[in-house]
Design a protein around this ligand. Structure first.
Ligand SMILES: NC(=O)c1ccc[n+]([C@@H]2O[C@H](COP(=O)([O-])OP(=O)(O)OC[C@H]3O[C@@H](n4cnc5c(N)ncnc54)[C@H](OP(=O)(O)O)[C@@H]3O)[C@@H](O)[C@H]2O)c1
Length: 360
């Protein structure tokens, strides 16, 4: 058993979010007291019963429900939120990939002072009962926050999904969606290191600029400004796409299929545009997979955890040589976990979203 404290929390991965109720948009403010109380509620259920926070108070009538028109719609959303957030409201501690320092350990593999990353509770002090799932940090010379991103789970996701799943070759045409996010920004840079031509899509002009000027993408476009995604892809890839690193799904996937080349590969990493939908959208252009003999392959980063050490050394080398650069979006304080998490689904993060809970 390893008692672990003081951590940097990466926002919970997109798949872990209790999302349908949040999809509706602005009714849940970024700094929602509701969301904050959910964290307070989570913290009352400390594993060891010693460091419990205040008892949770769930507001009976949140402010956005009071008196104005649309009360019925608001009530519906409130009930939906209750249903969706039942995991949170049942006082379970939220979990996330984070960086921690061991305070006490009853496990022979860990001692006080060790730095580790892995899945831990969203709390200032956490009790880890399965320390085998943690990874020791071998390069403390880098900012520790890198182990929530470029040297941690998202980095390994980009590396495995690009090299092992997509199997790139020099000179190939690569397209990356959600390209300025934690995974996408790394895929683009790994593609450049491999000698590929790489284009990314992102949801703002600022992000597009970042892709071209900081991460070295050959081209990029703001998908929110494009009326016709198929036309945008044809403009960027007149000869078609060899590799699509899929982070978003939906309309983008449909447009990409039309633009894939013969024997192209689609590395299915995630479908963030679908996570909040009550009914996932369909994909219409599947026949392209047949006619163009495209390989579409999903993967889970957890299957690659056994290869972590090799990845860590290679990525640390790229960072030291300046071949990879990394952008983070840091929120301060545990109370900002909910806002940071929800912000991902509106593209508010620029680079890897994480929350600094403590800095030692
Ligand atoms: N397979 C695995 O093992 C594995 C592991 C980790 C992550 N993932 C997946 O990889 C993907 C990227 O993760 P990440 O950590 O890099 O994400 P991230 O840094 O959190 O970035 C998420 C970005 O997705 C974009 N986005 C949000 N909603 C969108 C929508 N409806 N349509 C299009 N874009 C949207 C936003 O950027 P814009 O402003 O550009 O829209 C947002 O900033 C996710 O789908 C995640 O679930 C998979």
């Amino acid at each position: 058993m390893a008692g672990v404290a003081r951590w940097w929390c990466s926002s919970v991965g997109a798949r872990g979010a209790p999302s349908p109720a949040m999809e509706a948009g602005s009714w849940l403010p970024a700094t929602s007291p509701w969301a904050t109380r959910l964290v307070a509620a989570a913290r009352t259920d400390c594993h060891d019963g010693r460091r419990c926070g205040k008892p949770a108070t769930i507001p009976a009538a949140p402010p956005w429900m009071r008196g104005e028109k649309g009360r019925r719609a608001a009530l519906r959303r409130f009930l939906q939120l209750l249903r969706v957030c039942s995991r949170w409201a049942s006082y379970q501690v939220l979990t996330a990939f984070g960086v921690s320092k061991v305070l006490e350990s009853g496990h022979s593999g860990y001692k006080a002072g060790d730095l580790v990353w892995g899945i831990i509770g969203c709390e200032e002090y956490t009790l880890v009962t399965n320390p085998e799932s943690l990874f020791k940090i071998s390069h403390p010379e880098f900012p520790l926050s890198y182990y929530t991103g470029v040297l941690g789970m998202p980095g390994l996701t980009a590396y495995a999904g690009f090299f092992d799943v997509a199997k790139p070759k020099k000179g190939e045409y690569v397209f990356v969606s959600a390209a300025s996010g934690a995974v996408g920004q790394l895929v683009g840079q790994l593609a450049k290191i491999t000698g590929c031509y790489v284009v990314g899509s992102a949801g703002s002009d600022e992000k597009v600029n970042l892709l071209k000027t900081k991460f070295g993408f050959d081209d990029a476009f703001n998908y929110k400004k494009e009326k016709d995604l198929n036309a945008a892809l044809k403009r960027c890839f007149p000869d078609g796409i060899d590799i699509y690193f899929e982070n978003v799904g939906g309309a983008m996937l449909d447009a990409v299929l039309l633009n894939m080349r013969l024997h192209g590969r689609v590395s299915m990493c995630g479908l963030i545009s679908q996570y909040n939908l009550e009914q996932p959208e369909g994909v219409r252009n599947l026949f392209c997979i047949v006619t163009k003999r495209i390989r579409v392959e999903g993967f889970m980063v957890t299957e690659y955890f056994g290869t972590y050490s090799k990845f860590e050394e290679e990525m640390a080398g790229y960072l030291k040589k300046g071949k990879i650069t990394y952008v983070e979006d840091v929120a301060e304080g545990i109370e900002n976990v909910p806002a940071a998490l929800i912000g991902i689904f509106y593209g508010r993060n620029i680079g890897k979203q994480l929350v600094a809970v403590a800095r030692e």
